[in-house]
Design a protein around this ligand. Sequence first.
Ligand code: NAD
Ligand code: UDP
Length: 325
Amino acid sequence: MIKRILVTGGAGFIGSHLCDRLVDAGQDVICVDNFFTSQISNVEHLLGRRNFELIRHDVTHPLFLEVDEIYNFACPAAPGHYQYNPIKTIKTSVMGAIHMLGLAKRVRAKILHASTSEVYGDPPPEHHPQPETYRGNVNPIGPRACYDEGKRAAETLMFDYRRQNNVNIRVIRIFNTYGPRMHPFDGRVVSNFIRQAVAGDDITIYGDGSQSRSFCYVDDLIDGVLKMMDAPDDFPGPVNLGNPDEFTIRELAERVIELTGSSSRIVQARPLPEDDPLHRQPDIALARQRLDWEPKVALREGLKRTIDWFRSVDISTFRAPTPNY
Ligand code: NAD
Ligand code: UDP
């Protein structure tokens, strides 16, 4: 059966890949975005398709549509983007969740919410890797809190709407994801390092580069997202979706230099940003067991594909966030 599916944040990095997959599967897709951190070019290739519709809308305002499923991905995700206007970030998370849950309740749609590994904050060694049962170590008043606490509140709302209004929910906790269509100037580590390596500029490590992340290629993530939407209703999550292969930031820099053949130098550009988590690695036992999902694309292969994309686009056409959104 063809479903009418709403994707908020559908013009963004992950959202646009999700729209691609849903459109290719023949679903009727409505993409909603205010283009705060994205460009129409991410979904331009879909505009001529009969089963794709694009709406400019800000999810901090209510939205009235008739849909069967909602993927709620609208929210700036890179630290530089979500710290640009922190009040707007928390509004997007919380009011966006309320509006999408209200819509789901009214039309009895199933709703999947894109939460984040940031709900775990900066986990201590005894909680490494992080299973879904770990309740997190978030600084509620720090510079990352607008995002972390916004996402935590959105998770709370999801489960309250389930308990109170019987809304059919799914919550995924996404770990660092990368791939084509990442905003080249979003300040995230993969986009920074590739952009710098391709241009022959210095590769900017923050701190000493011993902090670590686990990087998931976007196609793998989308497989998990789709599986979670189709999971049995008695499994609302939260479920971790990420690649458990962990790398230090210095290892990532070395890998990017090797794969680009760049002559860039690695420099310690500045101290570690405030509240920057030291280590992050998903425990994906639950996703393996309940969704039969695990990532397939190794970092080397995923980076190659991402580097090819960075070389194929004119990065000067990517806008930085502006007050006019
Ligand atoms: P992105 O910035 O590329 O995409 C977010 C999209 O949401 C953009 O198109 C942006 O314009 C849109 N948006 C922002 N505020 C909006 C608003 N008020 N109304 C309507 N649209 C709005 O980031 P992404 O990496 O694709 O992240 C997508 C989702 O996945 C986010 O919810 C993010 O928190 C979550 N996530 C991403 C990662 C990751 O590593 N990429 C990790 C954890 C969670
Ligand atoms: N980082 C870095 N150099 C950069 C950008 C980021 O060393 O040019 C570090 C950052 O301090 C963090 C890690 O890379 O320790 C991942 O940062 P990112 O912003 O990609 O995502 P996060 O996982 O922190 O949300």
